[in-house]
Structure formats: C-alpha cells, structure tokens
Design a binder for this molecule. Structure first.
Ligand code: NA7
Length: 539
C-alpha cells in the first residue's frame, strides 16, 4: 500500500478524499475538492469519464432533458464556450462534453480508470477509509464520496438458458464500444423503458426482423429532436444565470412551463388543446401540463387517454395499438421521450409480443420461448434497466463502524440522512443518494447542489478543526420517515417502477427518491447548514 503520508487534521492517509465514480458527479466533486486544496483520487470502473454517458452506448441513446439545461452551470466560461448541437444530444455528444470538461479543468491526472471498487472499510482507530479495487489495490482516505450514480448497476433478468443462447446477447447499458451490426439478423429486444424506446426504432432500421418483448406498455412523448437554432442558443446564453435560477426554482429543476392548476379545472377542449400543444412541443414538459396527475386519478386518466388516442392514431394495426397502449397510471413509471417509437410498429419487419401475462419462460439456444411459442432470433438485446438508486452502493462491500455492512443495514430499504450521508458510515457522502430528489429532477443541477453542499461541509470541518462527521440516527430516521410519508401522498408510490425497486426480483418495495420537489429539498439542506449542520455529529 502506498502511503503518501499526507497529514490532514491529524489523519495519515494516502488521500484526503477518494471519490468513487467519474461521471458528472465525480468529475465536479474532484474539481471542487481540488479547488479547496485537497488531495483527491477518483476511482472509476469504466474506461473513461461520463458515467451514464460512457456506459449507455446503445443505438439511439440520447438524453431526454433539454441539454441547454442538462449541463454544468458551475463555470460560466464552460457554459458559454461549449456549443451543443441538438436539443437532445446523442450519447456521443454528451461523452465528448464530459471529456472536454476533464480536459478543460485538467481532471485526468487525478482519475484512475478500469478500477472498480470492491470494498470500502472504515477504521475507527485510524479515522479513515480503506478502499479496495477489484485488482486488490488498497488506498486510504479520510473521506469517501460515493458518486456511483442512480442508474448504473445493470439489471439482467435471470432467464433460464440465457448463457446457452447460440447468438449474441447485449445489454443496452453495457454496449460494445465498437458498436453492433444487426444487418440481416433477427433481433429480440426485451424491455420497453427509455432504453428500449430509444433503441427499438434504430435497430428496426437495420435488422432483418425485430421482435419486441413488452412487459409493460409505456407512455412515450415525441422528442421532436432538432438541431439547435444559433439565435435561440445565443438568447439562452445571454441570460443563463436567470434562466438557470428559474429552472432551479421549479419543482423538478427543469426549464419548462409548469401548469399550476388541476386538469379538471378546465374544460375538455381547453385540456386537449394544452395536451396537443405539449405533444407538438415534445419532451418531458408534457408531465407539467397540470398539477394533479399524481394526486387525482380522474386528472391522470385525461392525460393517459390523450396519449392512448395518439397511439391508436399512429399505429395502423388496432391489436398492436391496444397492446402498446399503457394500462398503468400516467407518470407512475418514468415518462419516456422517443423518436418514431410508435411509428416503428407499422414496419413490416417489426412485431410486438406481450409478455405481461404469459411471461418469457426461458431462452433456448435458438431463441426466446414464451409459453408454447419459440421466437427464433440471432441476437438478444436486454433493455431491462437497472437496480436503481441502491444497486451501485450495495454491490460494493461497504463496512462502517464496527464493520457494519451497508448491504445488511439496507436489506429492508435504504436509509440515509438527506440522501447525503448514512449513520454508522462516518466521513462518507453519497451524491444524489436515496432520500434526495435525484432521479425525479434534472440530474445535473441536483448533482451540483450535492457536490456544493459536501464541499462546503468539508470546508466547515477544516475551519473548525474537526475531522469526523456522521449523521445522528434520530435525524436520519426522521428524514426517512418524512420521505416515506410524502411518497405515500402521491400515486407514484402505488404502481410498479424502478423508483420503488419493483423491477428487481426480491428488492424491497420502497419509494426511494424524495418526492417533495427540488426547491423544498434545497431549502431543507440549507436550513440544516444554517442550524450548524443540524442532525450531524462532529468530532
Ligand atoms: P427501465 O425504465 O427500468 O426499463 C426496463 C424495461 O425492461 C421495462 O420495460 C421493464 O418492464 C423491462 N423488464 C425488466 N425486467 C424484465 C423481465 N424480466 N422480463 C421482461 N421485461 C423486463 O430501464 P431503461 O434502461 O429503459 O431506462 C432507465 C432510465 O434511464 C429511464 O427511466 C431514464 O431515466 C433513463 P416493466 O416496466 O418492469 O414491466
């Protein structure tokens, strides 16, 4: 073990902070900590920066949030100089942006790639973390920041026979860097969440035959992706701080018009005009048309039925249209944004198999068996998503005070104070952890808010000569109770989604993100600081 004998606040460690993950959270954390003069090492499992935008290289992968606002705002020079080309840029463009950020701020020397972290162990004697990578290397650090991402631990269903399939199997979130050529092949796509919705139309254009296996039909709003107009970009850049502040003041941290009234407060004609206008505009703004989609079934049904009607109008085969039409509440699952998604089912080489009741029984060497039918294919694409929010943390063997295991502590669901830190895990922070708004918001502003909070906290500790921080159990339990209580007020917690962990066999059913909105959450974090870091114990 190297020991660089760096003495910070009386603690001998190789580094002041180890950051796990070099996605947008890990990169900005590194930038901030280095500005504070800290010695930092970032450990990243992948081969480059970008996190989500490194791994999700599947055909058609692009962000579903308008990128002029889904981007860093911590550096005005960066946001002024970087030129986005599209309203919803591709994975390649987002990855290029991540690399540009690493170049521009000279982040590379402090980041180590192809270094998955296997274990992190707290030592009360040494007051430091020992972090172990899969190749057995050990480093010590006074603090450990988990920037491991909310949607990074891949969910691969345990289909009987999958390993004996005679063709190739791909997961959308682990796509080969060199790409895949499906020309002339019969392809199965399993899963119709965002990754399936984005990849299906692109794969359909190349494959000889595409069979989509759908367990749940999703609501898909057209993206209407387009090249950004230089005048529009210039206008946003001229007013960036004010527009960013406006976005941060909105419930989801997004920059789009939010309808504050009930869907039932207006006439059917007016409602449908509003839905039509948002459908034509495209994107996630559809979900902000009215305020009560998640509290009134009646309001929800109006939006659901509008979209089902759109599907019936687009898909020419009525039986396929009915299979595609979502049955669950609108917005209960994450809303999808797509390009030619429903239109793709009008192609002669595309068919849809409903596996909601008759499920996929097994994978045979020649294909996918559903009940008595075998669908012969040459390649299988698993667009089956993630073990969201807790998966990336639980896959690391994290040991806190007295060697307590995070996996054991979170067996019945995650418990974290503000989604930022965990009792019994001193000097460890999580960026956008469970119990914070995270995936219900525009992720990059949420990441920046957490990174800023953590950086300020470490500065506070240094100024005050303290070297150990840990949430008090009471404060944590109170926050977790609050997170659950407000989740129960929303219909979002009533159906199956990865927000609740219900996509992963055996995962406890707990609504994991904080549903009270970005502004309320930021206020709470600030109040905690103003009250002298209320709920945290320092030593
Ligand atoms: P999602 O949204 O979790 O979608 C995964 C899809 O895979 C979804 O349709 C699942 O059906 C389906 N799935 C999962 N397991 C199975 C099994 N065993 N059999 C059949 N179908 C299955 O993941 P994505 O990668 O598409 O998107 C994740 C997020 O990334 C997205 O929300 C955006 O925020 C960006 P289910 O709905 O569970 O019935």
């Amino acid at each position: 073990m190297t020991n660089l004998n760096n003495n910070v606040a009386g603690v001998d460690t190789d580094f002041d902070v180890v950051v796990v993950g070099a996605g947008f959270a890990g990169m900005y954390m590194l930038y901030r900590l280095r500005q504070q003069g800290m010695r930092v090492r970032v450990l990243e499992a992948g081969g480059s920066v970008g996190g989500t935008w490194y791994w999700n290289r599947y055909p058609g992968a692009r962000v579903d949030t308008e990128t002029m606002f889904y981007s860093y705002q911590f550096s005005d020079e960066l946001q002024q100089e970087w030129e986005w080309t599209q309203r919803y840029p591709s994975q390649q463009e987002l990855h290029a942006y991540a690399k540009h950020v690493a170049d521009r701020f000279d982040l590379w020397p402090d980041m180590q790639f192809d270094s998955p972290v296997e274990k992190t162990t707290w030592s009360e004697d040494r007051q430091s973390w020992t972090i172990e990578t899969t190749d057995g290397a050990l480093i010590t650090s006074q603090y450990c920041v988990m920037a491991t991402g909310c949607l990074s631990a891949v969910n691969t269903p345990k289909y009987k026979g999958l390993e004996d399939f005679s063709g190739s199997v791909y997961h959308t979130a682990r796509w080969p860097e060199e790409g895949v050529d499906f020309s002339g092949l019969r392809v199965a796509v399993i899963g119709t969440g965002s990754s399936g919705v984005q990849s299906i139309p692109v794969i359909a254009e190349q494959a000889a035959q595409l069979t989509v296996f759908q367990r749940t039909g999703n609501y898909v709003i057209p993206a209407h992706n387009r090249a950004l107009d230089p005048e529009e970009v210039a206008a946003i850049k001229a007013d960036y701080p004010a527009l960013r502040a406006k976005a941060s003041a909105s419930f989801s941290g997004n920059y789009f018009p939010v309808g504050g009234q009930s869907a039932m407060a207006v006439s059917e004609e007016e409602r449908n005009r509003e839905y039509e206008s948002r459908w034509q505009e495209g994107g996630l703004a559809f979900m902000a048309a009215y305020a009560d989609f998640m509290t009134s079934e009646e309001a929800n049904e109006t939006a659901s039925e509008f979209i089902r009607d759109k599907i019936r109008g687009i898909v020419t085969d009525p039986a396929t249209a009915e299979r595609l039409a979502p049955k669950q509440l609108f917005m209960c699952k994450r809303l999808c944004v797509g390009t030619d998604y429903y239109e793709t089912y009008n192609r002669d080489n595309v068919s849809l198999v409903d596996v909601s009741e008759t499920v996929i029984d097994e994978i045979l060497p020649e294909g996918v068996r559903v009940g008595e039918t075998v669908y012969e294919v040459d390649a299988i694409v698993l667009a089956t998503g993630f073990d969201a929010m807790t998966g990336a943390l639980k896959r690391i063997d994290i040991r806190g005070v007295e060697s307590v295991s995070l996996r054991d502590l979170w067996e019945d669901g995650p418990r974290a104070y503000l989604g930022l830190a965990i009792s019994k895990f001193p000097n460890m922070f999580i960026i956008t952890g469970p119990g914070s708004p995270s995936v219900l918001t525009n992720m990059i502003p949420s990441i920046e808010q957490h990174v800023d909070w953590i950086s300020d906290c470490l500065t506070h500790m240094r100024i005050n000569g303290v070297s150990r921080i840990e949430p008090e159990l009471d404060a944590q339990e109170e926050w977790v109770a609050h997170v659950n209580e407000i989740a129960d007020l929303s219909m979002r917690s009533t159906c199956s989604s990865w927000y609740l962990g219900s996509n992963v066999d055996g995962k406890p059913r707990i609504f994991m993100p904080y549903i009270g909105g970005f502004p309320a959450y930021v206020r709470k974090c600030n109040e905690v600081v103003e009250a002298g870091y209320a709920g945290f114990a320092f030593r």
